[in-house]
Design a protein around this ligand. Structure first.
Ligand SMILES: *Cc1c(COP(=O)(O)O)cnc(C)c1O
Length: 220
């Protein structure tokens, strides 16, 4: 059966035009549902729970890149390292230390994004920009060579107010630009702005996102 009307086809085309990476958020989805996207060409999948990533990764094809996008407890770091390509939810100092520690033990370098809090909601995780710049100013990123920082990740508020969503995304783009200029100007790997989900990826792309994380829209 032709699948040309599948949302995946449209979204991957939009991402291609915007030179953005499409991350398929597969949390709670079955292996069968994921396999359908895989067959259409999708290779980057994301989970928000470490346990789910660890369960799915070994039974899915090995050329998939797995991203972790949810809160990560330090005691789970070791168990996900064999499977994860990128930890997008690096949101605090002790997690940073733990990833470095475990990555050294297993002789690997792990890509991470700095999750910055941009939403007004209390519940969202992430660095405040002040905390983050303090950590970077102390040279943390230089003493943690096994943690490869590749950019920032953020989640806008869950609200129907498009103006607010856009303003928060503009803020994240500004944070990225400032970090790039101040701390990563000689690091070509620091280039990712992960923002935008099913409900707000269009605004995100307009505001400079180059990685969108889409779940419900892709699997509907
Ligand atoms: C679930 C989730 C997404 C995807 O959300 P959808 O609205 O289903 O597209 C993106 N980012 C994070 C961090 C998530 O937890």
């Amino acid at each position: 059966m032709p699948k040309s009307d599948h949302p995946y086809i449209q979204l991957s085309e939009i991402c291609r035009q915007n030179q953005a990476t499409l991350v398929a958020v597969s949390k709670t989805r079955s292996i069968e549902e994921m396999d359908e996207l895989y067959q259409m060409g999708q290779r980057v999948f994301a989970e928000n729970k470490p346990q789910e990533l660890i369960k799915k990764a070994p039974i899915m094809p090995s050329d998939i890149q797995w991203h972790l996008i949810g809160h990560l407890q330090t005691n789970k770091v070791k168990s996900i390292l064999p499977f994860v390509t990128c930890i997008q939810s690096l949101d605090r100092e002790n997690l940073w230390e733990k990833i470095q520690e475990e990555a050294v033990k297993s002789s690997q370098t792990i890509s991470c994004l700095l999750q910055i809090k941009i939403a007004s909601e209390e519940t969202k995780f992430g660095w405040s920009f002040a905390e983050l710049t303090e950590a970077l100013a102390s040279g943390k990123h230089l003493s943690f060579p096994n943690v490869q920082l590749e950019g920032v990740m953020g989640m806008a508020s869950f609200t129907a107010d498009e103006g607010q969503v856009r303003a928060e995304m503009k803020q994240l783009k500004m944070y990225f630009d400032q970090l790039k200029q101040t701390y990563f100007s000689f690091n070509p790997e620091f280039k990712t702005i992960s923002m935008g989900m099913s409900g707000d990826y269009k605004i995100a792309l307009e505001e400079g996102s180059n990685m969108i994380r889409v779940g419900s829209l892709l699997f509907s």
